[in-house]
Design a protein around this ligand. Structure first.
Ligand SMILES: Cc1cc2nc3c(=O)[nH]c(=O)nc-3n(C[C@H](O)[C@H](O)[C@H](O)COP(=O)(O)OP(=O)(O)OC[C@H]3O[C@@H](n4cnc5c(N)ncnc54)[C@H](O)[C@@H]3O)c2cc1C
Length: 185
């Protein structure tokens, strides 16, 4: 029979993260540096213009559009073919800088010119901090915030801009650091 201390040892897993003892000032400095770099990130907006036309369908559920300054939408989604209401289209504008009304007007004109569709605007949603601005020489915050404290997200230093792929890779890197090198994290 095992003693209670042996049982306790058996059921209590070793802590995954061993926070190495460091002077509080050094940890505070690291936190501050990481915070400064993160706060310095600039953001870009992504806008989605929803528009309706009775009996309207696109040739495919999603189309890539030829975008320009005057025709800002890069993608069009047919919500009717994607489980949403028939006749509802969503036009997506990455790195959007225009005001909502001007953007809506341009996108409706783009739909007319490029797709031959007469649409009515339903709603325009502007996500102001949709992605961090991925500019040349940008300094992004590191995986490690301080000893024993890791960050993951699309904005953490990595090879991708603000994308789902970047976010997933960042999470995989954080888990790998915790499980493979717990003593050095
Ligand atoms: C409109 C739009 C379109 C996009 N299109 C694409 C695309 O086509 N392809 C692509 O690859 N990427 C696209 N992206 C970017 C992509 O969505 C992001 O890069 C990705 O979701 C980032 O993942 P993340 O886990 O880092 O952050 P998020 O997905 O932002 O997840 C962070 C989560 O943390 C939660 N949270 C925040 N603060 C707190 C808190 N204090 N406490 C608890 N929870 C908190 C938030 O609610 C959120 O759920 C798009 C983004 C937007 C906004």
């Amino acid at each position: 029979m095992r003693s209670s201390s042996q049982l306790q040892h058996q059921i209590r897993p070793e802590p995954l993260i061993t926070v190495r003892k460091q002077p509080p000032d050094s940890i505070a400095n690291k936190l501050q540096q990481w915070g400064c770099i993160t706060r310095a990130l600039q953001y870009e907006a992504i806008a989605t213009v929803y528009a309706f036309g009775a009996d309207v369908t696109l040739p495919r559920p999603m189309l890539t559009l030829r975008s320009s300054a005057a025709m800002p939408a890069q993608f069009a989604f047919d919500r009717g073919q994607l489980g949403g209401p028939g006749g509802l289209l969503a036009f997506v504008v990455s790195a959007s800088t225009l005001a909502r009304d001007a953007l809506q007007t341009q996108v409706l004109a783009q739909a007319q010119q490029q797709l031959g569709l007469n649409l009515q605007a339903v709603q325009t949603i502007v996500e102001k901090r949709a992605t961090f601005a991925c500019t040349p020489g940008l300094q992004r915050p590191a995986l490690q915030i301080a000893p024993g404290l890791l960050a993951c997200g699309d904005y953490v230093a990595g090879p991708y801009p603000a994308t789902l792929e970047g976010a997933v890779r960042s999470a995989v890197a954080a888990v790998a650091a915790l499980t493979m090198h717990p003593q050095t994290v």
